[in-house]
Design a protein around this ligand. Structure first.
Ligand code: AMP
Ligand code: MN
Ligand code: MN
Ligand code: MN
Length: 288
């Protein structure tokens, strides 16, 4: 018998760069037949309270976040690596301090990218980008939407390909915590660290089996093996690494509402893996 798979452990709301409210996210999850989701907005627990207050009966939400970190490649260039942290204490000094720093930094950085684009002749305004971001700090998908509205690009994806990718002259990087510090920070806050999409985009360049193994003493608990950006070869390679190192294997959609073309629940995590994460975490899941 196949293992029950009723959980999607990687989702975003409008508290970061998704488009759903917590209520819409929960409705979408239910519609997809999920009974467990993790809320993993980028670098914020801003959506936790609103979500906790609305969990329907029979559903469970693991509060979490997707932490932005960096790890050097062979040439010493810093490469972006995302870390999922589940069930940590959001008031922990390490996490709260890191997020305060990032929020302050993001405000200036978002405005800089927008100014660069305006100087380059793109017809967007900082005011409109701020409106699109709403309660969230400005992130690139918000700028992409403004560019789309202004008719400068066809889609969010095209905005990234043409104007917002890391190598673009309009782009400005954010200073990030190192990957090892991120794992230690989530662990110290009682959370469960899992590397997000280790074979998607640039992270694949730095996340060798050795680097992954080196994070285990700091508390690394798992790898997101099944993700929409992973092909079959990546999935089987990651499954091997995880099983050799005794790491948990998760599967998740990385749902962003209308900001990405994918379905919530299209990748899932087996229930026994979810149970293990819940055992390890310092905070209890939100239930209806
Ligand atoms: P930022 O945190 O402002 O640097 O923006 C990064 C976010 O942009 C990531 O978390 C992704 O959700 C999103 N993103 C990155 N590349 C793309 C892409 N090609 N298409 C759509 N969204 C993307
Ligand atoms: Mn995102
Ligand atoms: Mn990510
Ligand atoms: Mn994500």
């Amino acid at each position: 018998m196949a293992l029950p798979m009723t959980a999607d452990l990687h989702t975003h709301t409008a508290f970061s760069d998704g488009t759903d409210s917590p209520a819409q996210l929960l409705a979408a999850a239910r519609e997809a037949g999920l009974t467990t989701i993790a809320l993993t907005d980028h670098d914020t627990a801003g959506g936790w309270d609103e979500t906790a207050a609305q969990v329907p009966t029979g559903m469970r939400v693991l509060p979490g976040a997707e932490f932005s970190t960096k790890h050097p490649d062979a040439d010493g260039a810093l490469v972006s690596v995302h870390l999922l942290g589940y069930l940590f204490d959001r008031h922990d000094e390490g996490v709260a301090g890191e997020w305060k720093r990032m929020k302050d930094e993001r405000a200036g950085r978002g405005a800089r990218i927008v100014e660069n684009l305006i100087d380059g002749g793109y017809p967007i305004t900082l005011e409109r980008v701020r409106e699109i971001a709403g309660v969230s700090s400005i992130s690139r998908p918000h700028i992409a939407r403004a560019l789309m509205e202004a008719g400068a690009v066809e889609s969010v994806g095209a905005a990234f390909d043409d104007l917002l990718h890391d190598g673009s002259p309009y782009y400005t990087a954010l200073r990030s915590t190192s990957l090892a510090e991120g794992v230690a920070m989530i662990s110290a806050a009682g959370g469960v660290p899992v590397i997000a999409h280790p074979r998607a985009r640039v992270a694949a360049r730095v996340l060798t089996a050795d680097v992954i193994e080196s994070l285990i003493p700091a508390g690394l608990a798992g790898l997101e093996v099944r993700h929409p950006d992973h092909d079959e070869a990546a999935r089987s390679e990651l499954a091997d690494i995880a099983s050799n190192l005794g790491l948990l294997q998760t599967g998740s959609s990385d749902y962003h509402g209308a900001n990405k073309v994918l379905r919530i629940g299209q990748e899932r995590t087996p229930d026994d893996v979810v149970d293990r994460i819940v055992e390890l975490g310092a905070v209890a899941p939100f239930t209806g």
